[in-house]
Design a protein around this ligand. Sequence first.
Ligand code: CA
Ligand code: CA
Length: 218
Amino acid sequence: MFHRFSPTRFARDESGAITVDWVVLTAAMVGLGIGATLTVSGGMADLSQDISDEMTTNALLFETDFSASRLTNGGFEDSTRNSAVGWGGVDIEILAAGVYIPGAGSSMVAELDGWIVGETTVLQQGFTVDGPTSTVVSFTAALRSAVAVPNETDGLLVEVIDRDGNALAQMPVIPNSRNFEEYRMPVRFAEAGEYALRMTEIGTNDTLGAIVDDVVIK
Ligand SMILES: [Ca+2]
Ligand SMILES: [Ca+2]
C-alpha cells in the first residue's frame, strides 16, 4: 500500500527504529561473542598447557623413567617365572610378553591370573610417602590371546592401600586389547606413611587373564 508522505505518519513510523534496534543488538551480540571467545580461548590455552605439562611429565615415567618411581622392578625385568624382585603376593606368574601374545616381544610382564587354578593372584609392593602429596599410579595392561574378546570380566583390581589395608584409591581394569594400553589412577596421600600398591586378579579364575607391565608410581 502506498501512502502519500505525511509528516505526522513519518513521525509515528517505527520501521526505521526497528532497523536501528537490529543493528545495535546485532553489534552487541557480536561483541559478546568476541568477548566470550577471548575468555574461553584464554582458558583453553591455560588448560591445554596444563594437560601438555602433565602428559610430558608422565609420558616419560610411562616409558622408561623407573628411576623416578617409588616402586622397584616396575617393569618386571628382574624376575623368575614365579617371583619378581620387590614384589610380594600370591600365585605370581612372570613371563615374556610374547608368551602371552604372539609378537609382543621379550619384555617381562606379570599375568594377573597365575599358574594355579582357583588361586586368586595378588601382586603387591610397599612404598613410603614422606608427606601429604598427590600422585599417579601408571601402568600398561593387555589381554592375553587365550582369553576371547569381548572380555567383560577378566582383569585386575588396582588399589593403593594404607597399613590397615584401607584403600586410598581403587580402579578395576578389564583390558580388551592385545596391545598394551596405558592406565592411570590418581591417588592422594593425606599424610606420610607406609603404603602399598596391590593388584588383585578379578574374573574367571582359570590361569588365563590380563597381563601388566611398566608399573610406576611417581
Ligand atoms: Ca616388562
Ligand atoms: Ca581368567
